[in-house]
Design a protein around this ligand. Sequence first.
Ligand SMILES: [Zn+2]
Length: 246
Amino acid sequence: MLTRDVADGIHRIEDAYTNWYLVEGDGGLTVVDTGVPTSWRSFRSALRDLGRSPADVKAVVLTHGHFDHLGFAERARKELGVPVWVHEDDVLLTRRPRRYGNERSPFAYMATQPRALPVVAAFLRTGAHFPKPVAHVRRYEHGTLDVPGTPAVVPTPGHTLGHCALHFPDRDAVIAGDAIVTLNPYTGARGPQIVARCANADSERALASLDALAATGARTVLTGHGEVWRDGAESAASAARAAGIS
Ligand SMILES: [Zn+2]
């Protein structure tokens, strides 16, 4: 489902309780994260709704390499001929999306969390667990990416080791990916928090990375799961610190 202009020129699409974004910029569009495999349909229909064509898309940027954000990345790369950017430390995940180094088994964990069952069902229905590996990626580390929207990379390791948020200072917005979420897909809990430890490489590091997110000072926080947070990155980070590790 498309929600236009969640921040200036940033459109949000939610599939299977997972958010991804289309960012308007000079010279075209950047796709930030690519949802689940069936998100390709949402992608085509969002472009139509926005009066855009696939040729307007110039890049895919991944906040991290988890399966539920890799959905149509490889298809976009092949069919649109655009680069797929990912942080250096998450390259391995894009090649082997189901083998990520996390603290506990997410699937066993989810089964014990009744409020997470709608998410489990949506993941199963949309083939979320089975994205195509990305054959070639373009690596980033820090700085500002030369893609439409020119996001500044904010390293936020912990959820994955290469996780990064993307800051758009001119739009007072940050795409946080899964560095902070307002719906925890693994417990079903709402409100700003880090993702449950079963899906984190290092939860303590994820908590520490909230400082970098807060330091952006962005008013609008766009998360990988859950609703838009409009009360600023600092308040989101302090709520997430208070919520702690689940
Ligand atoms: Zn994730």
